[in-house]
Write a protein that binds this ligand. Structure first.
Ligand SMILES: Nc1ncnc2c1ncn2[C@@H]1O[C@H](COP(=O)(O)OP(=O)(O)OP(=O)(O)O)[C@@H](O)[C@H]1O
Ligand SMILES: [Mg+2]
Length: 264
């Protein structure tokens, strides 16, 4: 469904050019959940922006459903690390906003927003303002708003990176349930090895800048996955394998953090 062919990106910095990404080849099937790990600065966000159509690749092409990506589109929804909600609108009006932009009536948009808020467990906070929510709730609201666009592809850039460990685990389980219920195709960037394993059908590991794919591993953990999945003994093997790959990819990351935390 998503075909990334020979994609690279070069940025100009002063009078120098810096290669930020690739070349990368990657194919993602419809309904697949692909997580991406890679050292800081290797080009993960750049890749996601190219998939979203916010940046054009310097070489290569991205196609989604056979169509070359030339700009942003409602078929591809983005969720960022920090929830980006309108602070002056209630949660419900934030979630209703994409439907309003798409020309739906106020009543239709509200109805849809209520459904989505129920789906992410925020019904009770429909009339609250973003400033009154916890970080996890804000991320849920942002997810609901992105889902209101009815995308077929969800692009997530470290969406749970700013959350505390417990909220993060709850969000992972919720996202898994939601994904299973909707059949969305997801590309999810994270620095957290355990998160990548728990969520992914496949884990793609990128090397140091300019990032290329150094490993693409199928995660053979049964679905549906829930809290019990995290006790599966195979997770330890995967963790070790990805930790090693990341350490090889980035000497700086190895000295900067502790493998026991699964952070890079
Ligand atoms: N608009 C831009 N102009 C110039 N250089 C850029 C631009 N965007 C990104 N870069 C450079 O491209 C490289 C990759 O950046 P990118 O944000 O994609 O990395 P990343 O893998 O997402 O890192 P992190 O894990 O820290 O979020 C970096 O060297 C960055 O400085
Ligand atoms: Mg990034």
């Amino acid at each position: 469904m998503i075909e990334i062919r020979d994609v690279s990106k070069t940025f100009r910095r002063g009078n120098r050019t810096v290669q930020a990404l690739g070349p990368i080849d990657l194919t993602v099937a419809r309904g697949e959940f692909v997580t991406v790990l890679g050292p800081s600065g290797c080009g993960k966000t750049t890749l996601l922006h190219i998939l979203g159509g916010f940046e054009m690749p310097t070489t290569g092409t991205v196609t989604v459903d056979g169509k070359v990506v030339t700009g942003p589109g409602r078929d591809r929804g983005m969720v960022f690390q920090e929830a980006t909600l309108f602070p002056w609108r209630t949660v419900q009006d934030n979630v209703a906003w994409p439907s309003r932009v798409a020309g739906e009536s106020k009543a239709q948009a509200r109805e849809r927003a209520r459904e989505l808020l129920a789906r992410v467990g925020l019904s009770r906070f429909a009339d609250a303002y973003p400033g009154e929510l916890s970080g996890g709730m804000r991320q849920r609201a942002a997810l609901a708003r992105t889902l209101a666009m009815e995308p077929s592809v969800l692009l997530m850039d470290e969406p749970f990176g700013a959350l505390d460990a417990q909220t993060r685990e709850v969000m992972q389980e919720e996202l898994t349930r939601l994904w299973q219920a909707t059949g969305l195709t997801v590309i999810f960037i994270t620095h957290d090895i355990a998160e990548a394993i728990f969520l992914g059908d496949r884990v793609v590991v990128m090397g140091a800048a300019p990032g290329q794919v150094v490993a693409d591993t199928r995660i053979e953990l049964a679905r549906p996955r829930d809290a019990r999945t995290k006790l599966d003994a195979r997770i330890l093997d995967y963790r070790q394998q990805f930790w090693q790959l990341l350490r090889d990819a980035s000497p700086a990351a190895a000295s900067a953090s502790d493998p026991a935390q699964g952070q890079v």
